[in-house]
Structures are given as structure tokens and as C-alpha cells.
Write a protein that binds this ligand. Structure first.
Ligand code: TXA
Ligand code: MG
Length: 345
């Protein structure tokens, strides 16, 4: 049986019990500022295997270790590079994951055999209480079934993992709604997955930082992903997702045309639009997900809206935004949800 505790009023509610579950090899879903995580003792290979089983996660997609103190990376990496120290001081606790060479303390089940390990310190109070009480780093991917949109509320976790997680800590909706920025620190620093800590913010602290090629495009046949997670179909609802490209007005024109065609042929459609654009869609079925002027609002709502319409419509229309700043994280998730299906004029 899955046990649920609400941590919205008291962040530490249930965390002692949940920490006991972690120490005895069980699974705990917990809130972070990005998305909910499904955690196990990160130093216990057998416990970590249960995460892969519960999610149906491919065996070659490594996990992030969550820590409660910056100093905890010392035991998990072979050394702590200067660049990492600067970034931890600037952005931890917060939505930035750092990857460096792993120490022998980290089981192969966490890294799927890679020589590097990903570590992050969440700013969520419940997450920090849980990790401190457990006294071990917590290995946690997003708490969704593999391939589904990441969970941004406890209800999403219940929908996907009821009966599979031993405990769910309900901390309310996640603040950012997209997963952390993942930064590889071996060699020239490279962003493998964009998030709320942007390229510009990282460069202001450590200088030149690259973007992985696979952020905005699918991998070619036989190409190797720097981050194994990038090669899988991701964030996908049951309904087909279509992205209209171009500036706001052009995208609206494309959506109206495609929407009308598809509705006439009997398909149920929804348009996910913005405060700036919804008037283009009068008389059609639309939902405002945020503001194009602040892509953080779009990021915060995206996964939740994809889940909401996942099996109540056949087609979800969306508008592209410029892929920079927070818009890069948004387009990275949206393109994967759409299987890279875009329509332009
Ligand atoms: O915000 C987040 O990061 C959330 C919360 C729960 O912390 N976690 C999360 O975990 O999104 P997950 O497992 O869904 O995504 C981790 C990503 C995957 O794309 C994985 O391939 C990559 O990080 N990754 C982990 N370890 C890696 C490594 N050693 N080298 C390259 N990529 C790695
Ligand atoms: Mg995930």
C-alpha cells in the first residue's frame, strides 16, 4: 500500500517515516522545485533497481543523486573542480544538476555503468528534510511512468505510481514545472538538458558553455547521446502534439487552418495558447497556458496541460517560442512531446 503525507503546511511532515523507508530499501516520491522525484537510497544498488522497475525505465538511462549539503559531492565525485564550486555557490540549492567523474562510493546501478555521476541539491524544503533524515544521497528520476510527461503535482504521481511507490509526499504543485538544467563538467562545460538555470546564467559564472546538439533535434541514426535520456521519446501524452512555427501571428494562422481541417474530419482538438494570442482562436476550443512574454509561465504549466488533455482530445496544437533563455527549456520539452512534429508556412 502507498502511504501519502501532505507536506504543504509542514515541510517535514512524514519525512522521518519516509526516511526510514529509504533506509530500508523502499521508494519515496517527493516534491522538488522542478518536478516530483521517485527516490531510493543512492548508495544501495538493489534499492535503485526498484526505481527502474517501477517506472519501466530503460536500463541505460542514469539517475541523478540528490544531496542536502554542497559538501556531500566530495564523497560522490573523484574531486570537486573549481568550476563546480563556483556554480554550487551561485545556484545551489536550485534547479541545476552537475555531472563529474564518479567515486567508487556510487553504485553502477545509479550511473548505468558510466564513469560520471549527476548530482543536484534541490531547494525544496521537504526534499531537503527527507535527504537529511535519510542520511544518504537519494537517487531520483522524475516520478512518472517512463515516456509520460513529468509529474508536477502529487495527483500526477498517484496516477502513474500508485501501489508502486511506498510513500508519496505531497508538497503541492512544483514551482518551475520542468526538470533541472543538466550540465556536464568533464571537458568544455556542456548543457545536456536546458532548464531554469539558463546558458546565459551559467556563462556569467564560468564563461564559455556549450549546448548539446540533441537539445533541439532528434538524434541521427547510430548517433550517441551525450545524455542517454535524450534519445528516448519523452513527455508524450496519448494525443498527437503538433507545434506551429513562426512568430505569434504566423503560428496562429497555421493552427487555425490545421485545426479547422482536422475538426471537420471528426478529430477532437485543443489549442494550447498564450495570454497574448488567444484572441486569434475565437470560436475554437483553446486553453491559455501562460504568457509568451515570460516563458517560465509556459514551462510551469506545460506538463500539467499535456496530461490534462492526454486522452480527452486527439490533437493538441501548440505555438513555438524563440528557443533562447527559458524558451529553450520549453522548446526542448515541447519538441519531444510532439515527436519533433512541426508545421511551418
Ligand atoms: O529536476 C530534475 O532533474 C528531476 C528532479 C526529480 O530532481 N529529475 C530528473 O531526473 O529529471 P531524470 O532521471 O528524469 O532525468 C535525468 C537526466 C536524464 O536525461 C539522464 O540521461 C541524465 O540526466 N543523466 C544522468 N546522469 C548522467 C550522466 N552521468 N551522464 C549524462 N547524462 C546523465
Ligand atoms: Mg524524467
Amino acid at each position: 500500500m502507498t502511504k501519502i503525507f501532505s507536506t504543504q503546511k509542514q515541510p517535514e511532515n512524514g519525512t522521518k517515516y519516509a526516511a526510514g523507508v529509504i533506509r530500508s530499501g523502499g521508494l519515496v516520491a517527493f516534491p522538488t522545485e522542478t518536478v516530483y522525484g521517485l527516490g531510493a537510497n543512492g548508495l544501495d544498488g538493489e534499492a535503485v533497481k526498484r526505481i527502474f522497475e517501477a517506472k519501466g525505465r530503460p536500463q541505460d538511462n542514469p539517475l541523478i543523486l540528490h544531496v542536502a549539503r554542497k559538501n556531500d559531492v566530495r564523497e560522490l565525485w573523484t574531486s570537486v573542480p573549481e568550476r563546480a564550486k563556483l556554480l554550487m555557490d551561485a545556484f545551489w540549492p536550485g534547479p541545476l544538476t552537475l555531472i563529474f567523474n564518479k567515486s567508487s562510493a556510487v553504485p553502477d546501478e545509479v550511473t548505468c555503468g558510466l564513469d560520471t555521476v549527476a548530482v543536484r541539491m534541490s531547494e525544496n524544503k521537504t526534499a531537503l528534510c527527507l535527504i537529511r533524515a535519510a542520511g544518504v544521497p537519494i537517487a531520483a528520476p522524475s516520478a512518472n511512468l517512463s515516456g509520460k510527461p513529468s509529474p508536477t503535482t502529487a495527483q500526477h504521481v498517484i496516477d502513474d505510481l500508485w501501489g508502486k511507490a511506498d510513500v508519496i509526499l505531497d508538497g503541492g504543485p512544483c514551482r518551475f514545472g520542468v526538470e533541472s538544467t543538466v550540465l556536464l563538467l568533464t571537458g568544455v562545460p556542456t548543457i545536456l538538458r536546458p532548464g531554469a538555470v539558463t546558458k546565459e546564467m551559467i556563462e556569467a559564472v564560468i564563461g564559455e558553455t556549450r549546448l548539446s546538439k540533441s537539445i533541439l533535434q532528434p538524434l541521427g541514426e547510430g548517433e550517441r547521446a551525450a545524455s542517454p535520456g535524450m534519445k528516448y521519446k519523452h513527455y508524450a501524452p496519448e494525443a498527437e502534439v503538433i507545434i506551429a512555427e513562426g512568430d505569434a501571428k504566423t503560428a496562429a494562422g497555421i493552427i487555425r487552418r490545421e485545426y479547422d481541417g482536422m475538426t471537420q474530419s471528426g478529430k477532437r482538438c485543443i489549442i494550447l495558447t498564450s495570454e497574448e494570442n488567444y484572441t486569434f482562436y475565437k470560436g475554437r476550443h483553446y486553453d491559455i497556458i501562460g504568457s509568451r512574454r515570460d516563458e517560465r509561465t509556459l514551462c510551469a504549466a506545460l506538463f500539467s496541460k499535456l496530461r490534462e488533455y492526454s486522452d480527452t482530445v486527439d490533437v493538441i496544437f501548440t505555438e513555438a517560442v524563440p528557443p533562447d533563455g527559458y524558451g529553450l527549456a520549453y522548446m526542448n520539452r515541447l519538441l519531444r512531446a510532439a515527436g519533433f512534429r512541426t508545421v511551418s508556412e
